[in-house]
Design a protein around this ligand. Structure first.
Ligand SMILES: [Zn+2]
Length: 139
């Protein structure tokens, strides 16, 4: 994959209710592919102590950055509302403990932005409601 280019203004996204789960983040204008869209911000928390809190949490606002640190994204700005899809249009990139959001491909205005969460640390997994044709049904 080519090196991602510069970010676009954060104003090009909006937060709204999502049919996938709770609130979601949407393209407010057409977004170019393979660009940095923004970052999920938050507080660094040390593993493995944070894992218990993660497993008990009903929402995914923690992201493990490496084997020592996770990001508590409870106050993570609009991008914390990224929902999971089994066929996502965005991906996350960890860059020196920053959690960057990139578009996988051009995204139409009004489309919900999604990433593939991969395997979540939630106890017992979660049912997936992404609606994608290739949905794995469980997270
Ligand atoms: Zn799915």
């Amino acid at each position: 994959m080519p090196r991602p280019k510069t970010s676009i203004p954060a104003a090009a996204v909006r937060v709204g209710s999502s049919r996938i789960n709770g609130r979601g983040i949407y393209a407010a204008a057409p977004l170019p592919g393979r660009r940095k869209l923004g970052e999920i911000t938050g507080c660094l928390v040390q593993l493995p102590g944070a894992r218990k809190a993660i497993a008990d949490s009903p929402k995914i606002y923690f992201v493990e950055l490496d084997d020592q640190w996770a990001l508590d994204c409870s106050d993570g700005g609009p991008f914390k509302h990224l929902n999971h899809s089994c066929e996502p249009n965005c991906y996350l990139r960890i860059n020196r403990q920053r959690l960057e959001v990139y578009a996988l491909r051009p995204i139409a205005a009004g489309a919900e932005l999604t990433v593939d969460y991969g395997v979540t640390p939630h106890a017992g997994g979660m049912v997936c409601r992404c609606g994608a044709k290739g949905c794995r049904r469980i997270l």
